[in-house]
Ligand binder design. Structure first.
Ligand code: DGL
Length: 279
């Protein structure tokens, strides 16, 4: 089936899941929507995020005819995945949630750090996930207000230098607030990146918390789940269907999207375009 898979996030964050999606789905058309004009979602409340998610999905379904949707945003998944699934019962929809379950399996010290947006950590969905893992690990949950926005700003040529400094300061402040990192008893040895934006600053974070600390994100399992859903729907494209396309749209700064696409995905500027601002 030639229709694209729609992928969206509040901004550039969900692009961090694109390499895993592309690897698992080499023949699919991918259509990414960066809602950068409305970023960040994490501090705007559930109603706002739900309205944005429904508006974007409606547009992707009606105008672009997507055959599946990946909500490449932990905050939007927490606030809105149930509403999306009940509005589009026929559409395969995959959401992202912070990798607490794998972290509980992998930790050796039993202490796991979780960085996510305020919206994610205060959501019912996240609290249920945390409760379901009670006794399996000691989770240190850190909301990170301002971090996704600073990362978003660091993609824009005009604000890049200052935003990188803000990102670094916030990473230092939030990691200090979580306590000691390392592999000794009582230290945090596993860190969940519970927001797709944070994957882009993993190198900086790793320098702060130490190379021994394992950082976990969710692109890979989400890509596998998307593939499984398309397989069971019988809508997977094959090499015989022709070359796969990747199109990235933003309602924010085009140069910022182009820079991110070039730097992280090795995609040229011709893959990027402005989205319909009326959505
Ligand atoms: N990248 C998103 C997430 O995974 C949202 C960040 C934000 O807009 O606050 O949570």
């Amino acid at each position: 089936m030639n229709a694209p898979i729609g992928v969206f996030d509040s901004g550039i964050g969900g692009l961090s899941a694109l390499p895993a999606l592309r690897a698992a789905l080499p023949h699919e058309h991918l259509l990414y929507w960066a809602d950068s004009a409305h970023a960040p979602y994490g501090e705007k409340g559930d109603d706002f995020v739900r309205l944005r998610s429904l508006a974007i999905t409606e547009h992707l379904v009606k105008v672009h005819g997507i055959k599946a949707l990946v909500v490449a945003c932990n905050t939007a998944t927490a606030a809105t995945i149930a509403a999306l699934r009940s509005t589009y019962p026929q559409l395969p929809i995959v959401g992202l949630e912070p990798a607490l379950k794998p972290a509980a399996q992998l930790t050796r010290t039993g202490r796991v750090g979780v960085m996510a947006t305020q919206g994610t950590v205060s959501s019912e969905k996240f609290q249920r996930l945390l409760q379901s893992l009670e006794g399996q690990a000691d989770f240190v949950v850190q909301p990170c207000p301002g971090l996704a926005l600073a990362i978003e700003n660091s993609a824009h040529p005009a604000t890049q230098v200052q935003a990188n400094q803000v990102v670094h300061e916030l990473l230092q402040r939030f990691s200090q607030a979580m306590g000691r990192f390392g592999t000794q008893p009582g230290e945090i040895d596993t860190l969940v990146l519970g927001c797709t934006h944070y994957v882009f600053v993993q190198d900086d974070l790793q320098r702060i918390v130490g190379a021994d600390v394992r950082c976990l994100s969710t692109g890979e399992p989400v890509a596998q789940q998307t593939r499984r859903l398309l397989e069971s729907a019988g809508t997977l494209r094959t090499s015989a269907d022709g070359a796969a396309q990747t199109q990235l749209l933003t309602n924010g700064d085009l140069a910022g999207l182009q820079g991110t696409a070039q730097r992280w995905l090795h995609l040229g500027a011709d893959h990027c375009a402005l989205a319909n601002a009326a959505v």
